[in-house]
Ligand binder design. Sequence first.
Ligand SMILES: [Zn+2]
Length: 176
Amino acid sequence: MELQSPDRQLRLAVDLVNTRTREPEKLIAPADLQSFLMAHGEPEPVAVGERDLVAVRAFRERLRPVFHAEPDEAAGLINALLEEYAVRPYLSNHDGTPWHVHVAKPDTSWVEWLAATTALGLATFAAGHGFEALGVCAAADCDRVFANAAERRPRRFCTPRCAGRTRVASYRARQS
Ligand SMILES: [Zn+2]
């Protein structure tokens, strides 16, 4: 199991939360989790079972509040995850990979690896950009989360699509 660059760790956290929104559940079967992990750079073979899926879906519910909470509370949530799942960081270049930092136990379960990795990704990102850069889409019918690294450019929407839809809706509301 790779531990990835800070960007990829963060992407893993955001995308995992966004597998369950108001849209239909994206992690229905173990194969969905397998595809998710491979799409986020996990080298094959990625072996995922029903128990991994259940555990990851439960863990996902602990990650979303980080994006909703005030900074003090969000930091506490991340610290709790690090305390529970992360081990002392160590460098590895296993299997011919470039040197990278691991914070998950070697050969651990997918959920433990995901928890340690996404918590580190969120911690690093929040420390670098502030908790204001983590958010939930402001569109009325969307609850996707996002991480916005652009300095001094606050962001309210997950995508330009949600921003545009909201703009059109408020324009129509003013016209009527
Ligand atoms: Zn949105």
